[in-house]
Write a protein that binds this ligand. Sequence first.
Ligand SMILES: NC(=O)c1ccc[n+]([C@@H]2O[C@H](COP(=O)([O-])OP(=O)(O)OC[C@H]3O[C@@H](n4cnc5c(N)ncnc54)[C@H](OP(=O)(O)O)[C@@H]3O)[C@@H](O)[C@H]2O)c1
Length: 371
Amino acid sequence: MTDQIIINWAVLGPGRIAETFVNDLLHSKDKLRPEVNSGKIKHQLIAVASHSSLENAERFKKESIHEESNDLIKCYGNYDEVLNNPKVDIVYIATVNSTHFSICYQALQHNKNVLMEKPFTVNHKQAEILTALAKKKNLFLMEAYWTRYNPVYQDVYKYLFTDNRTGDESSIGDIKRIVTDLSYVFDEADPQMNRIYNPALGGGVLLDIGIYALYWVLGFIGKPGRKLAFPQINASAALADTGVDISTAAVLKFENGKLGVSSCSGYFTNEARRVLINGTKGSVEVDDSCRPNEYWIYDDNHKLVIHKAYTYDGKGMFFETDHVALCLAKGLKESPLHTMDDALLMSNVLDTIREQINNRYPDNIESTDIA
Ligand SMILES: NC(=O)c1ccc[n+]([C@@H]2O[C@H](COP(=O)([O-])OP(=O)(O)OC[C@H]3O[C@@H](n4cnc5c(N)ncnc54)[C@H](OP(=O)(O)O)[C@@H]3O)[C@@H](O)[C@H]2O)c1
């Protein structure tokens, strides 16, 4: 096939999210993947690397990749060999938060394009350094905020800001308030939760799940094409014994009195993990701020205007992977939908909230020194 886009991926950090990512990347046959189903995009996973051991990478290949994939996947017991492999087009970094800065820095130094798991880094200073380095080296760099490519997000965004829109207002009028939450039970006794409770790994619910709730606020207030001044932020949190935040709430006040009210918690699973967008002429509700399936749009009399539900073959991470493939094929150096400025703004917001709630990490992981 001519004009086929072949993307050779490498995964660094064969953990839990990497499993979801790889299976979506390679195996989803969702009908909303026209470029993959038609063969225009071909994703190939050619490397899986563990910093701990070769066995870890091999176990991941054998046990975590659900279907027989292909013989292309090579396993490595270190990250360096992968970064030196010229066949790798892009690395997906799925390691614990505390390592994001140093591993991404190394990948860029080795001239690799990078899809970096969220949170992009543990602080704003680190984010600035990585974005500057990617720019200098003319490499593609994107934070893996996968919700941005989900069809529910895309539909709502398009409806509010494109269809039927007149002047500066959205289709539901002036957006005055956005209320969002994401909460799951994070049981401290569960060894798999170590990364959430451990400050040395960049733990806490804010950077783990709060970021999803906050991105709706940043994404839908002030867009499109009009940047608002940095908001006034007031945050509060309950901290775990380890010092990381385990239940956190923040109010973001933007110019013209627009409010974002965002929360996240590790104490319970909030069945109403909803996003609520209130405009002067209507409102929007979304069922889940991380992996949405369904949305409702109401007019100013709360009469339902649109309700749509999606089901996916897979978890929905493939929307992001296919977007990355198209960006790479076009030679883009960042996603036009989730830019590096968006990631920088978020890192600034997260720093501000962490400062207020007193969730401090050890100096070595906040550092911008490269070992
Ligand atoms: N997009 C999403 O929806 C989503 C969901 C969950 C998590 N995440 C993000 O994805 C990242 C990984 O989360 P996860 O739940 O997959 O974590 P995980 O399974 O606990 O760990 C991921 C991998 O990090 C690697 N790692 C590298 N350096 C490490 C160190 N110093 N200590 C411990 N592990 C280290 C380990 O692989 P090796 O040692 O074998 O290299 C491990 O398998 C986090 O940044 C998280 O915020 C995103």
